[in-house]
Design a protein around this ligand. Structure first.
Ligand SMILES: [Zn+2]
Length: 443
C-alpha cells in the first residue's frame, strides 16, 4: 500500500471536492481511502508514505474523442500548390490522403507517440477513432497492442466510410466486427470497442443500415462525426431527410450511449433528438476553431438535457488545454463573459466521467473509496487560495499538461517525477521520428 500525502486533493466527488493537506491510499489497483494526511497516516501506519510536497492530486483525465493516427500530420508539407480553403478541402487534401498512406508501422508508432504524450499530459482514458484506408484489416489490433503496452485505457473503433468505395467500406465494417469479437478475449478493464463511422455525408443509406444491424446484433454503441461542417446537414436534406438527426434516427444510428462528435451545425430540435436517444455529444473546441467550422452553443445543448463531453480530436493530448479553449470559445463566440465556466466543468468532469463509466463499467474520473487507482499529480503551487468553490478556475487558468508530474493507471505508475516508466520512452520517440520521416516521403 502506498500513501501519497501532503497534497491538495481534488477528488471531483460531491461530498468533499477539495481537501487541503490531503492524502490518498492506493492498494494494488484501487483507491482504498482518501482524506487528511495526518488522519490517514495514523489509520495506516504500515503503508509506505510518500510526501508529494504540496502537489495537486486528482483523477486522471478522460479524452472523449481522439485520433491517434493524426500524430504524423504535425508540421507536414501537404505538397499542394493551393492550400485547403475550407473544411471539406482539409479532409480531402490532408486527412483522407494521410489515412490512405498509412501502413501498420505508421499506425503503431503514431499511436505509441500519442499514448506517451497522453501519459505526460495526465490523460488516462481515451476514446480513439481510427482510419487507415491503406491498411484496414487488423489495424485495430495494431492500436490495441500499443495501448496494452502503455497500460492506459482506450475505447477503439474504425471509421467506416464510403469515401474510398464500397469494397473498402465493407472491409471497414468487417474490421469493427472482427475487433468487437476479439475484445471478448482481451482484458476489458483497459480496452473496449465501439463501432466507428466517419460522418453522415460520406456514408450511403445502405451502408448505415448494415452498420445499424451490426450495432444491434453485437450490442455495441457507435462513434461518429456529426455536423462538424454544414455539409452533413446539406447532404441529409439532399437525400430527402428533414435534417441530419432525422437521417441518423431513421437509419437506427442513434443507438443508446453512442458518441456523436462535434454537432456544430445541429439545431436545438436536433440536440433534443440526440438527448431523447441517450446519445452523447462530444465537443472539440480547438479542432472546430482550427477548421473554422463554427462553434456549438453549449448552453442550448445542455438546456436540452444533452450529455455533452469534451475531447481533443487529435489536436492535443492535453485535456487542460482543451478546457481552457472551451471556456474561451463560449465567451468569445457569444460575446458573453459569463458563459463557459461551470458548463465546461460539467462537460469535462461530470459528463466525461459518466461516458467513461458507461464504456468501461468502472468508477473512472473520481477519487472515492474503491474506485480504480487512475490518479495524476500536478506540480502546481496556487498563487491564491484554492477551495471547493473556486478550484475549477485554478484548473482553467493555472493547470496545463506540462505540470503533470505523476500518472498512475489502475495502480501502475506510468510516470513519476516527469519520467515516463513505460514503452521504453527514449527509444520509442526515436523510432517514431524515423517512421514519420519515412511516412512523409510516401505521403
Ligand atoms: Zn474527429
Amino acid at each position: 500500500m502506498k500513501l501519497y500525502g501532503n497534497g491538495v486533493l481534488i477528488t471531483l466527488n460531491s461530498k468533499d471536492p477539495v481537501i487541503k493537506d490531503g492524502a490518498i491510499l492506493i492498494d494494488d489497483d484501487i483507491i482504498k481511502d482518501y482524506g487528511k494526511t495526518e488522519s490517514l497516516k495514523r489509520k495506516y501506519p504500515k503503508a509506505e508514505y510518500l510526501d508529494v510536497e504540496g502537489k495537486v492530486i486528482m483523477p486522471g483525465m478522460i479524452n472523449s474523442h481522439m485520433h491517434f493516427y493524426s500524430t504524423f500530420a504535425r508540421g507536414m508539407d501537404l505538397k499542394t500548390d493551393i492550400p485547403p480553403q475550407n473544411f471539406e478541402e482539409i479532409l480531402e487534401k490532408l486527412w483522407w490522403r494521410l489515412d490512405e498512406t498509412m501502413n501498420s508501422e505508421d499506425i503503431y508508432y503514431s499511436t505509441l507517440y500519442a499514448l506517451i504524450d497522453s501519459i505526460r499530459n495526465g490523460t488516462t482514458t481515451i476514446f480513439d477513432h481510427h482510419a487507415s484506408y491503406g491498411y484496414i484489416e487488423s489495424s485495430l489490433d495494431v492500436i490495441a497492442e500499443a495501448v496494452t503496452k502503455s497500460n492506459l485505457r482506450a475505447n477503439l473503433s474504425y471509421e467506416i466510410s464510403d469515401r474510398h468505395g464500397k469494397e473498402k467500406s465493407k472491409k471497414a465494417i468487417e474490421e469493427n466486427k472482427r475487433f468487437i469479437n476479439r475484445t471478448k478475449s482481451l482484458n476489458n478493464d483497459f480496452i473496449t470497442p465501439s463501432i466507428g463511422l466517419h460522418a453522415s455525408f460520406t456514408l450511403e443509406d445502405e451502408t448505415l443500415k448494415e452498420v445499424a444491424e451490426l450495432a444491434e446484433s453485437t450490442n455495441t454503441p457507435m462513434h461518429f462525426h456529426a455536423a462538424e461542417g454544414a455539409i452533413d446537414e446539406i447532404n441529409s436534406r439532399k437525400r430527402g431527410y428533414k435534417n441530419l438527426a432525422d437521417r441518423l434516427e431513421k437509419l437506427n444510428i442513434l443507438k443508446k450511449d453512442s458518441l456523436a462528435i462535434h454537432g456544430v451545425h445541429l439545431s436545438e430540435a436536433e440536440y433534443q433528438i440526440l438527448a431523447e436517444n441517450d446519445v452523447y455529444l462530444i465537443h472539440n473546441p480547438e479542432s472546430n476553431m482550427g477548421n473554422a467550422v463554427g462553434a456549438i452553443n453549449l448552453k442550448k445543448a445542455l438546456d436540452k438535457d444533452l450529455t455533452v463531453g469534451l475531447g481533443t480530436d487529435g489536436y492535443t493530448t492535453d485535456m487542460f488545454e482543451s478546457i481552457n479553449v472551451a471556456d474561451l470559445l463560449q465567451k468569445h463566440d457569444n460575446s458573453d463573459p459569463n458563459l463557459g465556466g461551470d458548463d465546461i466543468r460539467k462537460i469535462v468532469f461530470e459528463n466525461n466521467r459518466k461516458i467513461a463509466q458507461k464504456y468501461f463499467d468502472k468508477k473512472l474520473g473520481i477519487i472515492e473509496k474503491n474506485a480504480p487507482a487512475d490518479v495524476i499529480m500536478l506540480d502546481y503551487k496556487a498563487p491564491t487560495p484554492i477551495n471547493k468553490d473556486n478550484y475549477f478556475y485554478h484548473v482553467v487558468f493555472g493547470f496545463n499538461g506540462g505540470l503533470v508530474d505523476t500518472t498512475i493507471v489502475n495502480g501502475n505508475v506510468l510516470m513519476e517525477n516527469q519520467e515516463v516508466k513505460v514503452l521504453d520512452y527514449e527509444k520509442t520517440i526515436q523510432k517514431c521520428q524515423k517512421q514519420a520521416r519515412d511516412f512523409w516521403k510516401r505521403f
